[in-house]
Ligand binder design. Structure first.
Ligand code: NAD
Length: 480
């Protein structure tokens, strides 16, 4: 483990690092042991962070041109690249994710900074034909102060996509990372400041959701709130923001399906089917937790996925196996509670946990379930653990009925060699992203992302996020 190059118990307000009044322990999910402390920020700290962000909007940061902001973001991207390995080690230990996934997350963070660095001066308004004697145009302006409440599953990626886009548009951000995984948020802020981000443009207050998080989402000085996490908390955040009449972006997870038709190229599909269920130990909002297979190939898909499951190795994050531990004892308990609802006959395969995995780690063996009905809780609710259900379907309509038959609508995929069928599926699937003959498109920093239904609303990633993190002003000039 590389020693952190910063003090994790400090929070960042107005360009100054300082200790919070109290601390919270940081647990290593691979061992269950605590190895550091983060600050427990309070509502008073959030007040100061919001004031510092507002002040930044009216000083150096607010005066920069879009090109200058872009340059700073690009520099931050390079600095993140330079520290990929340190960030990956930190994240791997803090979140319990295998090193290769943590490295991919660090690279994605760099990529977001590069993308939004390049995009910062490419968002333009338009001129609108209007009455004789008028010229009318639109301006894209920042909201002002943006609040970012981030979960523990992919801290670097989610900070990249939300803080990166907000800064590109000239907002000043207050970031509240998850109490379970705050280290890379603090490391990123350190990197960003060293790369020349002006004071107050990014403020980081670690702490508990119901303290610092609630204070941020309800703060009257915050002009936009971006949240990724659970449906329950997302609803609270929307209510809190509604009291100040400010917009929110909510990314709340899903029960995403991959549809495998009989004509699918199974050799190509198989790694995508399995990986989308067990990546990050299934703690992924866009996890493909439902695999829907045309009945004639159902048993074959189950058998091939089962074989892949049996080859999975589960162990400590820094051992860099295929699957690490879950984030916490609480999350393990939730997932085991779900697994207890599966009958023995439903379990098509169960991976093995390495025999030398530390006893205190939060390991759950990945489970492949077949035979669970599409209305069962296991096939309807987001488990947020390494559990996939395989469900047979008879034809296109049946597949769509099952695929769209949950409260969620985040991501979906169809595997078929019939081009027109793929296009029909892309129109009928209820999801914010649809993939044809692939899944996830390698992360896709450039691709707008977000949900429908209980998966949330608003879009992050790609250019679309820049519209979400800005507001439109129309100017009508009469000149006769
Ligand atoms: P959560 O929604 O409780 O926490 C996410 C973030 O919200 C954290 O930063 C937390 O501190 C903050 N928060 C918590 N309560 C808050 C409040 N009252 N006001 C403001 N902010 C608050 O998620 P969790 O406890 O980490 O996980 C619970 C479930 O959420 C998981 O089992 C999973 O189903 C889901 N989840 C989804 C995603 C996703 O990417 N969609 C990520 C993490 C968790």
């Amino acid at each position: 483990m590389t020693k952190p190059w910063f003090d994790p118990s400090e929070i960042l307000i107005g360009g100054q690092w300082r200790r919070a009044g109290a601390t919270l322990p940081v647990e290593d999910p691979s061992t269950g042991q605590s190895f550091a402390e983060i600050g427990r920020g309070t509502a008073a700290d959030i007040d100061e962070a919001v004031a510092a962000a507002e002040a930044a909007r009216n000083s150096e940061w607010g005066r920069l041109t879009a090109t200058e902001r872009g340059r700073i973001l690009t520099r931050i991207g390079q600095a993140v690249l330079d520290r990929t390995e340190e960030l990956a080690q930190l994240e791997s230990r803090d979140v319990g994710k295998p090193l290769k996934q943590a490295r991919a997350d660090a690279l994605a963070l760099a990529r977001y900074m590069e993308f939004y660095g390049g995009a910062a001066d490419k968002i333009m308004g338009e001129t609108i034909p209007y009455l004789d004697g008028y010229t009318v145009w639109t301006l894209r302006e920042p909201h002002g102060v943006t609040g970012h409440i981030v979960p523990w599953n992919y801290p670097m990626q989610i900070i990249g996509r939300s803080v990166g886009a907000a800064l590109a548009m000239g907002n000043a951000a207050v970031l509240k990372p998850a109490e379970e995984a705050s280290l890379t948020a603090l490391a990123f802020a350190r990197i960003a400041m060293d790369a020349g981000l002006p004071p107050g443009a990014l403020n980081v207050v670690t702490g508990l959701g119901e303290e610092a998080g609630a204070a941020l989402s309800s703060h009257p000085g915050v002009h936009h709130v971006s949240f990724t996490g659970s449906v329950g908390v997302g609803t609270l955040i929307q209510q809190a923001a509604a009291r100040n009449a400010v917009p929110v972006t909510l990314e709340l997870g899903g029960k995403s399906p991959q549809l495998v038709f009989a004509d699918a190229d199974l050799d190509r599909a198989l790694p995508f089917l399995v990986n989308a269920g067990v990546q990050n130990a299934g703690q992924t909002c866009s996890a493909a937790s439902r695999i829907l297979v045309e009945r004639s190939r159902h048993d074959e898909v189950v058998a091939r996925m089962a074989e892949a499951y049996r080859a999975l190795r589960v162990g400590p994050a820094l051992d860099d196996l295929e699957v690490g531990p879950l984030i916490s004892a609480r999350q393990k308990q939730i997932v085991e509670g779900y697994l207890a609802q599966a009958g023995d006959l439903d379990v098509a395969a169960r991976a093995q946990i390495q025999s030398d995995a530390p006893a205190g780690g939060h390991y759950v063996a990945p489970h492949l379930l077949a035979g669970v009905g599409s209305n069962h809780r296991l096939a309807q609710e987001e488990i947020f653990g390494p559990v996939q259900v395989v469900i047979p379907f008879d034809d296109e309509d049946h597949a769509i009925a099952i695929a769209n038959g949950t409260e969620y609508g985040l991501v979906a995929a169809a595997w078929t060699q019939d081009g027109p069928r793929g296009l029909r599926m892309s129109r009928k699937l209820r999801a914010g992203q649809v993939f044809l003959n692939n899944y996830g498109a390698g992360g896709g920093v450039e691709l707008p992302f977000g949900g429908t239904g209980k998966s949330g609303h608003g879009r992050e990633k790609g250019f679309e996020a820049l519209y979400g993190f800005s507001t439109l002003k129309t100017v009508a000039a009469w000149h006769g």
